[in-house]
Design a protein around this ligand. Structure first.
Ligand code: UGA
Ligand code: MN
Length: 331
Protein backbone atom coordinates (compact mmCIF):
# COMPACT_ATOMS: atom_id res chain seq x y z
CA UNK A 1 0.00 0.00 0.00
CA UNK A 2 1.38 3.29 -1.07
CA UNK A 3 0.25 5.48 1.90
CA UNK A 4 1.88 3.03 4.34
CA UNK A 5 5.22 3.16 2.55
CA UNK A 6 5.12 6.98 2.59
CA UNK A 7 4.22 7.03 6.30
CA UNK A 8 6.99 4.57 7.11
CA UNK A 9 9.53 6.59 5.18
CA UNK A 10 8.38 9.74 6.99
CA UNK A 11 8.43 8.02 10.35
CA UNK A 12 11.98 6.68 9.76
CA UNK A 13 13.14 10.09 8.57
CA UNK A 14 11.70 11.84 11.62
CA UNK A 15 13.17 9.24 13.96
CA UNK A 16 16.64 9.48 12.46
CA UNK A 17 16.36 13.27 12.43
CA UNK A 18 15.57 13.28 16.18
CA UNK A 19 18.43 10.89 16.82
CA UNK A 20 20.75 13.06 14.74
CA UNK A 21 19.66 16.17 16.68
CA UNK A 22 20.23 14.43 20.01
CA UNK A 23 23.69 13.25 18.90
CA UNK A 24 24.68 16.75 17.72
CA UNK A 25 23.55 18.40 20.95
CA UNK A 26 25.43 15.85 23.08
CA UNK A 27 28.66 16.11 21.07
CA UNK A 28 28.55 19.91 21.13
CA UNK A 29 28.10 20.06 24.90
CA UNK A 30 30.99 17.62 25.40
CA UNK A 31 33.19 19.69 23.08
CA UNK A 32 32.32 22.98 24.83
CA UNK A 33 32.97 21.39 28.21
CA UNK A 34 36.34 20.06 27.09
CA UNK A 35 37.62 23.28 25.61
CA UNK A 36 36.67 25.31 28.70
CA UNK A 37 38.44 22.68 30.82
CA UNK A 38 41.58 23.02 28.70
CA UNK A 39 41.39 26.82 28.96
CA UNK A 40 41.00 26.56 32.71
CA UNK A 41 44.03 24.29 32.97
CA UNK A 42 46.20 26.65 30.96
CA UNK A 43 45.21 29.61 33.10
CA UNK A 44 45.74 27.54 36.18
CA UNK A 45 49.33 26.83 35.24
CA UNK A 46 50.14 30.38 34.33
CA UNK A 47 48.58 31.67 37.54
CA UNK A 48 49.89 29.01 39.84
CA UNK A 49 53.39 29.58 38.64
CA UNK A 50 52.99 33.30 38.97
CA UNK A 51 54.06 33.77 35.40
CA UNK A 52 51.70 36.19 33.74
CA UNK A 53 53.48 35.66 30.45
CA UNK A 54 56.35 33.51 29.30
CA UNK A 55 59.67 35.03 30.38
CA UNK A 56 61.41 37.02 27.71
CA UNK A 57 64.61 36.16 25.94
CA UNK A 58 66.49 38.95 27.60
CA UNK A 59 69.71 37.18 28.57
CA UNK A 60 72.38 39.78 28.16
CA UNK A 61 75.47 37.75 28.98
CA UNK A 62 77.84 37.61 26.06
CA UNK A 63 77.79 34.26 24.25
CA UNK A 64 74.47 33.25 25.75
CA UNK A 65 71.54 32.45 23.57
CA UNK A 66 68.04 32.01 24.78
CA UNK A 67 66.29 29.35 22.85
CA UNK A 68 62.95 28.04 23.94
CA UNK A 69 60.44 28.06 26.71
CA UNK A 70 57.27 26.07 27.14
CA UNK A 71 55.18 27.14 30.10
CA UNK A 72 52.42 24.59 29.67
CA UNK A 73 53.45 20.98 29.90
CA UNK A 74 51.70 18.11 28.22
CA UNK A 75 49.96 16.72 31.27
CA UNK A 76 49.40 19.96 33.07
CA UNK A 77 47.54 18.77 36.14
CA UNK A 78 50.19 16.19 36.88
CA UNK A 79 53.02 18.65 37.04
CA UNK A 80 51.69 21.40 39.28
CA UNK A 81 50.14 21.80 42.64
CA UNK A 82 49.47 24.91 44.62
CA UNK A 83 51.47 24.16 47.67
CA UNK A 84 55.08 23.61 46.86
CA UNK A 85 57.73 26.02 45.58
CA UNK A 86 59.07 25.37 42.08
CA UNK A 87 62.41 23.62 41.81
CA UNK A 88 64.62 25.11 39.06
CA UNK A 89 66.95 22.33 38.04
CA UNK A 90 70.02 23.73 36.25
CA UNK A 91 71.79 21.16 34.08
CA UNK A 92 74.99 22.05 32.25
CA UNK A 93 75.62 19.71 29.34
CA UNK A 94 77.99 19.28 26.39
CA UNK A 95 78.25 17.22 23.23
CA UNK A 96 79.67 13.72 23.59
CA UNK A 97 78.49 10.17 22.80
CA UNK A 98 76.77 9.75 26.20
CA UNK A 99 74.98 13.12 26.16
CA UNK A 100 71.59 12.04 24.80
CA UNK A 101 71.28 8.90 26.96
CA UNK A 102 72.26 10.99 30.01
CA UNK A 103 69.67 13.68 29.27
CA UNK A 104 67.05 11.02 28.57
CA UNK A 105 67.65 9.37 31.93
CA UNK A 106 67.69 12.64 33.82
CA UNK A 107 64.64 14.01 31.99
CA UNK A 108 62.67 10.87 32.73
CA UNK A 109 63.48 11.32 36.40
CA UNK A 110 62.51 14.99 36.37
CA UNK A 111 59.19 14.41 34.59
CA UNK A 112 58.00 12.57 37.68
CA UNK A 113 58.49 15.63 39.90
CA UNK A 114 55.83 18.29 40.39
CA UNK A 115 56.48 22.02 40.16
CA UNK A 116 59.76 21.66 38.39
CA UNK A 117 61.37 23.74 35.68
CA UNK A 118 64.36 22.27 33.84
CA UNK A 119 67.00 24.71 32.63
CA UNK A 120 69.32 22.87 30.26
CA UNK A 121 72.35 24.99 29.48
CA UNK A 122 74.58 23.77 26.68
CA UNK A 123 78.29 24.35 26.50
CA UNK A 124 78.13 24.74 22.73
CA UNK A 125 78.26 27.42 20.06
CA UNK A 126 74.72 26.78 18.87
CA UNK A 127 71.86 24.77 20.21
CA UNK A 128 72.06 21.08 19.30
CA UNK A 129 68.78 19.98 17.64
CA UNK A 130 68.81 16.51 19.23
CA UNK A 131 69.27 18.09 22.67
CA UNK A 132 66.23 20.19 22.01
CA UNK A 133 64.07 17.26 20.91
CA UNK A 134 65.28 15.13 23.82
CA UNK A 135 64.37 17.82 26.34
CA UNK A 136 61.12 18.77 24.65
CA UNK A 137 59.72 15.28 24.58
CA UNK A 138 59.82 15.09 28.39
CA UNK A 139 56.73 17.31 28.39
CA UNK A 140 57.84 19.42 31.34
CA UNK A 141 58.51 23.16 31.53
CA UNK A 142 62.00 23.84 30.28
CA UNK A 143 64.41 26.46 29.08
CA UNK A 144 67.28 25.79 26.73
CA UNK A 145 70.31 28.05 26.87
CA UNK A 146 73.59 28.03 25.01
CA UNK A 147 76.73 29.39 26.65
CA UNK A 148 80.09 28.00 25.51
CA UNK A 149 83.15 27.75 27.72
CA UNK A 150 85.22 30.88 26.96
CA UNK A 151 88.21 30.28 24.62
CA UNK A 152 90.77 31.28 27.25
CA UNK A 153 89.81 28.24 29.37
CA UNK A 154 89.58 25.85 26.43
CA UNK A 155 93.14 26.61 25.38
CA UNK A 156 94.56 26.61 28.93
CA UNK A 157 96.25 23.30 29.81
CA UNK A 158 95.10 21.32 32.86
CA UNK A 159 91.70 21.10 34.51
CA UNK A 160 88.86 22.99 32.91
CA UNK A 161 86.04 24.86 34.60
CA UNK A 162 83.41 22.41 33.40
CA UNK A 163 79.85 23.60 33.14
CA UNK A 164 80.56 27.04 34.57
CA UNK A 165 79.68 29.37 31.69
CA UNK A 166 76.46 27.45 31.17
CA UNK A 167 75.47 27.40 34.87
CA UNK A 168 76.12 31.14 34.97
CA UNK A 169 73.90 31.60 31.92
CA UNK A 170 71.10 29.88 33.83
CA UNK A 171 71.57 32.19 36.84
CA UNK A 172 71.49 35.13 34.46
CA UNK A 173 68.31 33.85 32.82
CA UNK A 174 66.57 33.55 36.21
CA UNK A 175 67.65 37.09 37.07
CA UNK A 176 66.63 38.67 33.81
CA UNK A 177 63.19 37.12 34.18
CA UNK A 178 62.87 38.30 37.78
CA UNK A 179 62.25 34.81 39.07
CA UNK A 180 62.67 35.25 42.80
CA UNK A 181 60.55 32.41 44.13
CA UNK A 182 61.47 28.76 44.23
CA UNK A 183 64.70 26.89 44.78
CA UNK A 184 67.64 26.35 42.42
CA UNK A 185 69.59 23.12 42.19
CA UNK A 186 72.64 22.38 40.02
CA UNK A 187 72.04 18.89 38.63
CA UNK A 188 74.84 17.65 36.39
CA UNK A 189 73.66 15.44 33.57
CA UNK A 190 75.67 12.39 34.68
CA UNK A 191 74.49 11.88 38.28
CA UNK A 192 71.76 9.56 39.62
CA UNK A 193 68.87 11.16 41.49
CA UNK A 194 66.32 9.70 43.90
CA UNK A 195 62.90 11.33 43.46
CA UNK A 196 62.83 12.06 47.20
CA UNK A 197 65.69 14.49 46.71
CA UNK A 198 63.46 16.99 44.92
CA UNK A 199 61.07 17.11 47.87
CA UNK A 200 64.06 17.93 50.10
CA UNK A 201 65.21 20.65 47.70
CA UNK A 202 61.77 22.27 47.93
CA UNK A 203 62.22 22.69 51.70
CA UNK A 204 65.24 24.98 51.33
CA UNK A 205 64.58 28.36 52.92
CA UNK A 206 68.01 29.86 52.38
CA UNK A 207 70.76 27.32 51.62
CA UNK A 208 70.15 23.61 52.19
CA UNK A 209 72.61 20.71 52.03
CA UNK A 210 72.55 16.91 51.88
CA UNK A 211 74.99 14.04 51.31
CA UNK A 212 76.17 12.88 47.87
CA UNK A 213 77.27 9.31 47.24
CA UNK A 214 80.21 8.07 45.15
CA UNK A 215 82.32 11.21 45.52
CA UNK A 216 86.12 10.89 45.73
CA UNK A 217 87.96 7.97 47.34
CA UNK A 218 85.68 8.27 50.39
CA UNK A 219 82.70 7.36 48.23
CA UNK A 220 80.77 10.06 50.05
CA UNK A 221 80.67 13.79 50.52
CA UNK A 222 78.47 15.15 53.29
CA UNK A 223 78.07 17.85 55.85
CA UNK A 224 78.93 16.50 59.32
CA UNK A 225 75.84 16.93 61.50
CA UNK A 226 75.81 16.87 65.27
CA UNK A 227 72.71 17.55 67.35
CA UNK A 228 70.95 18.85 64.27
CA UNK A 229 73.70 21.35 63.38
CA UNK A 230 76.34 21.32 60.64
CA UNK A 231 79.71 21.23 62.39
CA UNK A 232 81.99 20.38 59.46
CA UNK A 233 82.35 18.54 56.17
CA UNK A 234 83.29 14.98 55.29
CA UNK A 235 84.91 14.79 51.82
CA UNK A 236 87.86 12.98 50.28
CA UNK A 237 89.30 16.27 49.08
CA UNK A 238 89.13 19.22 51.43
CA UNK A 239 91.61 21.25 49.35
CA UNK A 240 91.56 24.29 51.58
CA UNK A 241 87.94 24.87 50.66
CA UNK A 242 85.61 26.68 53.05
CA UNK A 243 82.73 24.54 51.74
CA UNK A 244 84.26 21.21 50.61
CA UNK A 245 81.07 19.91 49.01
CA UNK A 246 79.90 18.57 45.65
CA UNK A 247 77.84 20.55 43.17
CA UNK A 248 74.93 18.15 43.72
CA UNK A 249 74.90 18.68 47.48
CA UNK A 250 73.10 21.99 47.87
CA UNK A 251 70.08 24.06 46.89
CA UNK A 252 69.52 27.77 47.23
CA UNK A 253 66.23 29.57 47.69
CA UNK A 254 65.70 32.17 44.99
CA UNK A 255 64.41 34.79 47.40
CA UNK A 256 67.79 34.61 49.14
CA UNK A 257 69.79 34.29 45.92
CA UNK A 258 68.12 37.37 44.48
CA UNK A 259 69.78 39.46 47.21
CA UNK A 260 73.02 38.89 45.30
CA UNK A 261 72.35 40.30 41.85
CA UNK A 262 75.95 39.96 40.70
CA UNK A 263 76.55 36.44 41.91
CA UNK A 264 78.18 33.94 39.57
CA UNK A 265 80.16 30.73 39.76
CA UNK A 266 83.94 31.21 39.48
CA UNK A 267 85.91 29.70 36.59
CA UNK A 268 88.20 27.91 39.04
CA UNK A 269 88.33 24.13 38.55
CA UNK A 270 87.59 22.37 41.82
CA UNK A 271 86.57 25.57 43.56
CA UNK A 272 83.30 26.28 41.76
CA UNK A 273 81.09 25.08 44.63
CA UNK A 274 82.97 26.74 47.44
CA UNK A 275 83.39 29.94 45.43
CA UNK A 276 79.67 30.14 44.70
CA UNK A 277 78.67 29.35 48.31
CA UNK A 278 81.14 31.86 49.74
CA UNK A 279 79.63 34.55 47.54
CA UNK A 280 76.30 33.83 49.26
CA UNK A 281 77.71 35.25 52.45
CA UNK A 282 76.75 32.31 54.67
CA UNK A 283 78.30 30.47 57.58
CA UNK A 284 77.86 26.82 58.55
CA UNK A 285 75.11 27.90 60.94
CA UNK A 286 72.99 29.28 58.12
CA UNK A 287 72.94 25.98 56.23
CA UNK A 288 69.90 23.73 56.65
CA UNK A 289 70.90 20.04 56.97
CA UNK A 290 68.23 18.22 54.92
CA UNK A 291 67.59 14.57 53.96
CA UNK A 292 66.77 13.77 57.59
CA UNK A 293 69.69 15.61 59.07
CA UNK A 294 71.97 14.36 56.29
CA UNK A 295 71.37 10.70 57.11
CA UNK A 296 70.04 9.76 53.66
CA UNK A 297 71.90 9.55 50.36
CA UNK A 298 69.54 10.68 47.62
CA UNK A 299 72.00 11.61 44.87
CA UNK A 300 75.09 9.85 43.51
CA UNK A 301 78.01 11.10 41.46
CA UNK A 302 77.82 8.03 39.25
CA UNK A 303 79.90 9.20 36.26
CA UNK A 304 78.99 7.26 33.19
CA UNK A 305 81.72 5.29 31.47
CA UNK A 306 83.14 7.35 28.61
CA UNK A 307 82.59 5.94 25.14
CA UNK A 308 84.88 6.63 22.22
CA UNK A 309 83.28 8.25 19.19
CA UNK A 310 81.77 5.49 17.12
CA UNK A 311 83.58 4.04 14.12
CA UNK A 312 80.97 4.51 11.44
CA UNK A 313 81.78 1.42 9.44
CA UNK A 314 78.69 1.07 7.30
CA UNK A 315 79.53 0.40 3.66
CA UNK A 316 77.46 0.71 0.50
CA UNK A 317 75.73 -2.57 1.31
CA UNK A 318 73.84 -0.69 4.06
CA UNK A 319 72.39 1.87 1.67
CA UNK A 320 68.61 1.85 1.80
CA UNK A 321 68.54 0.25 5.26
CA UNK A 322 68.01 1.65 8.76
CA UNK A 323 71.76 1.85 9.43
CA UNK A 324 72.45 5.29 7.88
CA UNK A 325 69.60 6.75 10.00
CA UNK A 326 71.07 5.25 13.16
CA UNK A 327 74.57 6.49 12.34
CA UNK A 328 73.23 10.03 12.05
CA UNK A 329 72.03 9.76 15.65
CA UNK A 330 75.27 8.72 17.32
CA UNK A 331 78.57 10.45 17.83
C1 UGA B 1 82.62 17.40 39.29
C2 UGA B 1 81.42 18.11 39.88
O1 UGA B 1 80.35 17.18 40.06
C3 UGA B 1 80.98 19.19 38.88
O2 UGA B 1 79.80 19.76 39.28
C4 UGA B 1 82.12 20.19 38.77
O3 UGA B 1 81.74 21.18 37.84
C5 UGA B 1 83.33 19.45 38.25
O4 UGA B 1 83.64 18.33 39.08
C6 UGA B 1 84.52 20.37 38.24
O5 UGA B 1 84.90 20.84 39.29
O6 UGA B 1 85.05 20.63 37.15
P1 UGA B 1 82.71 15.86 37.15
O7 UGA B 1 81.87 14.65 37.19
O8 UGA B 1 84.17 15.68 37.42
O9 UGA B 1 82.11 16.90 38.09
O10 UGA B 1 82.55 16.69 35.80
P2 UGA B 1 81.60 16.45 34.58
O11 UGA B 1 80.47 15.58 34.93
O12 UGA B 1 82.44 16.11 33.43
O13 UGA B 1 81.04 17.93 34.32
C7 UGA B 1 80.11 18.56 35.18
C8 UGA B 1 78.94 19.10 34.36
O14 UGA B 1 79.38 20.05 33.41
C9 UGA B 1 78.19 18.01 33.60
O15 UGA B 1 76.81 18.24 33.64
C10 UGA B 1 78.72 18.16 32.18
O16 UGA B 1 77.78 17.79 31.19
C11 UGA B 1 79.05 19.65 32.11
N1 UGA B 1 80.23 19.93 31.24
C12 UGA B 1 81.35 19.18 31.33
C13 UGA B 1 80.17 20.98 30.35
O17 UGA B 1 79.15 21.66 30.26
N2 UGA B 1 81.27 21.24 29.55
C14 UGA B 1 82.40 20.49 29.60
O18 UGA B 1 83.35 20.77 28.84
C15 UGA B 1 82.44 19.43 30.51
MN1 MN C 1 80.03 14.31 36.53
Amino acid sequence: MNWLRVAKARYVTRKSFILFLLFTVCSLSVLIGQSSKIRQLKNLVVNRRGLKAAPTADVDQENTQYYAYIPVPRKTEEFFDDLSPTVYVITPTFRRPEQIPELTRLGQTLRQVKNLHWIVAEDAQVLTPVVRTTVEKMGIPYTLLVAPMPDEYISKPGHKPRGVSNRNAALQWLRSNNITEGVIYFADDDNSYDLELFEEIRKVKKVGMWPVGLVTKFGLSSPVVKNGKIVGFYDGWIGNRKFPVDMASFGVNLSYLSKFPNISMPFSPGYEETGFLRALNITKDDIEPLAENCTKILVWHTQTKKSKPAEKAAGAKHNNTNIPFLLDQIL
